[in-house]
Design a protein around this ligand. Structure first.
Ligand code: IMP
Length: 200
């Protein structure tokens, strides 16, 4: 068995959307992603001030609890008019779920014109071999778009229905998952991670 083929790795996230997207992306090189939900990993406080810090906190906790290498994704939406918010607070922006987060975002932007509604998804992926890994692999990528005036589409999760992708001419929730998995912030960060894993 090679270093990469059929290697089990725990994904330090309980988010089924991320597990689905990352599993499809990483499966071709034989990484079998297991959700941390299977291992009852205790919730860890994401008290970092950046995506990188929070990804490392999550990966370290999962690797320690599961005794497996761990991948963590910390991601979020940066809106220029809101000085980068919701950013690292994307998942808990409204205190409610995805629909409430989207409603708050629409409210914050009000009738701001289209050309000022620029935003991007950011994704940081971290791979740690064990909780004391002194050289975690850290990969970062972004995806440019702008915030719509109302939700469009049913695919994906989170802010996808409000995220218009000019290159594709539709919202990211209107993209088939195969397309999103090729072009998204997470897809690009995953491609970087694959490259880094292969090199190592
Ligand atoms: P995390 O689980 O702390 O990394 O929070 C990520 C949050 O950012 C998610 O709950 C979503 O609200 C948002 N987000 C990240 N990636 C995406 C995406 O691909 N589509 C839509 N929303 C996303």
């Amino acid at each position: 068995m090679s270093a990469i083929h059929h290697r089990q790795v725990v994904l330090a996230s309980g988010n089924p959307g991320k597990l689905r997207e990352l599993s499809r992306i990483l499966e071709p090189i034989g990484l079998e992603l297991r959700s941390q939900a299977e291992f009852d990993v205790p919730e860890v406080e994401e008290n970092g001030l950046s995506f990188v810090e929070n990804a490392i906190i999550k990966a370290r906790a999962a690797a320690g609890h599961c005794a497996l290498p761990a991948i963590a994704d910390d991601s979020g939406l940066e809106v220029d008019f809101l000085n980068g918010e919701p950013g690292i607070h994307s998942a808990r922006y409204s205190g409610g779920g995805d629909a409430a987060n989207n409603a708050r975002l629409l409210k914050e932007l009000g009738d701001l014109p289209e050309e000022r509604r620029t935003a991007r998804f950011q994704c940081v992926l971290v791979y740690m071999r064990h909780p004391l890994d002194p050289t975690p692999l850290v990969c970062q990528a972004s995806w440019e778009g702008r915030i719509l005036f109302e939700p469009r589409g049913d695919n994906g999760f989170g802010y996808d229905p409000l995220f218009f992708v000019p290159d594709q001419g539709c919202s990211s929730a209107e993209l088939p998952s195969e397309v999103k998995n090729r072009v998204s912030h997470r897809a690009k960060a995953s491609a970087l991670l694959l490259e880094a894993l292969r090199r190592r």
